[in-house]
Every structure is written in structure tokens, then in C-alpha cells.
Design a protein around this ligand. Structure first.
Ligand code: 5GP
Ligand code: MG
Length: 171
């Protein structure tokens, strides 16, 4: 049975410091523009919440979900919590983990069709060993080993999202 590790992979302090660095970089890159930060639910809501409070450029926040097909883990459709303007906007997708790359690849293709002015991706965690689709994020928090991680918004069967640090499940 999967069990929570007692060790910590990324502390709350490490996460806060890296989010602040990313926010500085993004604020510089989007100077004079209004950013549309698109949170991919559910795992990214803590990253979004911490990031936007460190930005110095104007930002609007949107939320989407990607449902997966039943047979396998391939994305099926984007669910918009509320429809929002994509055409002509500077869109920054916020994702918790870049793993195989299938989800982000699908989303980038879908959103591109609506003609954003720019479309970039921020991922908090990158498990590059697990990649199936060639894709790189524009902003990456941390590269991590290929383990199932939880905390800071990430769950295991809807548990552990509330942990202020990131740890992993022992199988
Ligand atoms: P992929 O890149 O494989 O299409 O999917 C990435 C998604 O799978 C992430 O957004 C996340 O929801 C989920 N995922 C992948 N690895 C992990 C992990 O280690 N922990 C958790 N909680 N979710 C993961
Ligand atoms: Mg996710």
C-alpha cells in the first residue's frame, strides 16, 4: 500500500524562494502587458496563488480542467470553469507537473487554435525522465526524480494537497 514518505523533497522555504524568482522573471518578461494566468486544476492552485502575489505586472486568473479518457491517460477535453478570452491575450499556462508531456501538449494545441498573442508554460515540477512527448516549459520550478510526489497542491487520491512542502509516496 502506498504510504507517505517521512522525508521532504522540497521544503516550504525552497518553494517560496523559487516562486519568488520565477515571479521576478515573469514580471520582467511581461512588463507593460497584462498576463492571463491559466491554472490547470486541481494540482496547480497553490502555485498560482503564491505566484500571482509576487508578480508586479497586471494579471487576470482563469481556471481550466482537462478530463482524461477512461481507457488510458490521454486527454479528452478541456473544461472551462468560466469561458475566457484567449484571442490576442498573453496566456501563461500554470501546470503542477510536467510528466509524460501528454496533457500540456494537448492543451497547447487546443489553446493555440484560439489565437493567443503569446502562449507560454510554467511548470512547478519537471520529471524529464518520464517524457513521452517532446516538450519543454518556458519557466520551470524544479527538476525532480521520477517519483510520485504530493503536497503544495498535489494529491494522492485527493489527499495531501494541504502540505506546505513536497514529499513523495512510498509504494
Ligand atoms: P502528463 O505530463 O503525464 O500528461 O501529466 C501530468 C499530470 O499528471 C500532472 O498535471 C499531474 O496532475 C499528474 N501527475 C504526474 N506525476 C504526478 C505526481 O508525481 N504526483 C501527482 N500528484 N500527480 C502527478
Ligand atoms: Mg494536473
Amino acid at each position: 500500500m502506498a504510504e507517505l514518505s517521512k522525508e521532504v523533497l522540497l521544503t516550504a522555504e525552497q518553494l517560496a524562494k523559487r516562486i519568488e524568482e520565477l515571479a521576478e522573471e515573469i514580471s520582467r518578461d511581461y512588463q507593460g502587458r497584462t498576463l492571463t494566468a491559466v491554472c490547470i486544476l486541481k494540482g496547480s492552485f497553490v502555485t498560482l496563488a503564491d505566484l500571482i502575489r509576487k508578480l508586479t505586472c497586471p494579471v487576470s486568473c482563469e481556471f481550466i480542467r482537462v478530463s482524461l479518457s477512461d481507457e488510458n491517460d490521454t486527454p479528452r477535453e478541456v473544461q472551462y470553469t468560466t469561458p475566457f478570452e484567449i484571442a490576442g491575450k498573453d496566456i501563461l499556462l500554470i501546470e503542477d507537473i510536467l510528466d509524460t508531456g501528454v496533457t500540456l501538449n494537448y492543451l497547447i494545441n487546443q489553446l493555440s487554435e484560439s489565437g493567443p498573442r503569446s502562449l507560454r508554460v510554467l511548470v512547478l515540477l519537471d520529471k524529464s525522465e518520464a517524457r513521452k512527448v517532446e516538450i519543454e516549459a518556458d519557466y520551470t520550478g524544479f527538476k525532480i526524480p521520477n517519483r510520485f510526489v504530493v503536497g503544495y497542491g498535489l494529491d494522492f487520491n485527493e489527499r495531501y494537497r494541504e502540505l506546505p512542502y513536497i514529499t513523495w509516496m512510498k509504494s
